[in-house]
Design a protein around this ligand. Structure first.
Ligand code: NI
Ligand code: MN
Length: 228
């Protein structure tokens, strides 16, 4: 059973039998971060898009651990230019990594970083379907609600869905509840809330509304782990 740890915001650590993955490790400067970048041991760093609150400490962690960054092509090329080992992918594509398969899903959002005062394009943002030790995790990335989530749910047995609920930049609570109805995961975990004032949502409200629709949700405290 892989162990999933919520590091705060959209950051998760996934520890499998043979490999450790970290997704969107925004820790430095994150007021709800549950770990420091130098504490993270990872073999792979998965980045959903080129925004500071997702790329975060990804480069530092990748270089310190000799880890490979998995990211959409344009963002991966940027990370490579900064000295990291990368595995570029893109929407709809999947690849069998030594721990299991990773597939990139669509996300309706942006992806760009200010470099030397100019906005650099980082390609399309994405979500991830990650299979590790036979368990399927869906990390939606930053996205609005989209009907193709129904297709993702039909074609995959999702054990855990990690869904943004913060509103303003992504789905809010009610749209994220609809996402659960489309994805039909065994368990939904809210993310991307409370970090900044504009995304200060109540995750318990999400959990209650998900339960009212007949699905299961669990709010993980920042730093809390779960065997999945
Ligand atoms: Ni973003
Ligand atoms: Mn974000």
């Amino acid at each position: 059973m892989p162990k999933l740890t919520y590091l705060g915001h959209a950051a998760f650590l996934v520890e499998g039998k043979t490999h450790r993955l970290v997704i969107d490790p925004f820790l430095t400067g994150n007021p709800v971060a549950a770990a420091k970048a130098e504490q993270i041991r990872a073999d792979f760093v998965l980045l959903t898009h080129g925004h500071g609150d997702h790329v975060g400490d990804g480069l530092t962690i990748a270089k310190a651990n000799g880890a490979t960054i998995i990211a959409p092509y344009e963002l991966a090329m940027y990370c490579q230019s900064q000295g990291a080992k990368v595995h570029p992918m893109h929407i709809g594509g999947s690849f069998p990594f030594p721990f299991g398969r990773v597939k990139l899903t669509i996300a309706h959002h942006g992806s760009g970083m200010e470099i030397n005062g100019k906005m650099a394009y980082m390609g399309n943002p994405c979500g991830y379907l990650v299979t590790i030790d036979g368990r399927n995790i869906y990390h939606a990335g930053d996205t609005g609600l989209f009907l193709d989530m129904q297709l993702i749910g039909e074609m995959n047995r999702i054990d855990v869905a990690l869904l943004p609920i913060g509103d303003n930049f992504t789905m809010g609570i009610d749209d994220a509840v609809k996402a659960v109805e489309l994805l039909k995961p065994s368990l939904a975990i809210p993310m991307h809330y409370k970090t900044f004032g504009v995304i200060d949502q109540d995750p318990q409200e999400f959990a209650q509304k998900v339960a009212a629709k007949g699905f299961k949700a669990k709010v993980l405290a920042f730093g809390e782990s779960l065997e999945i």
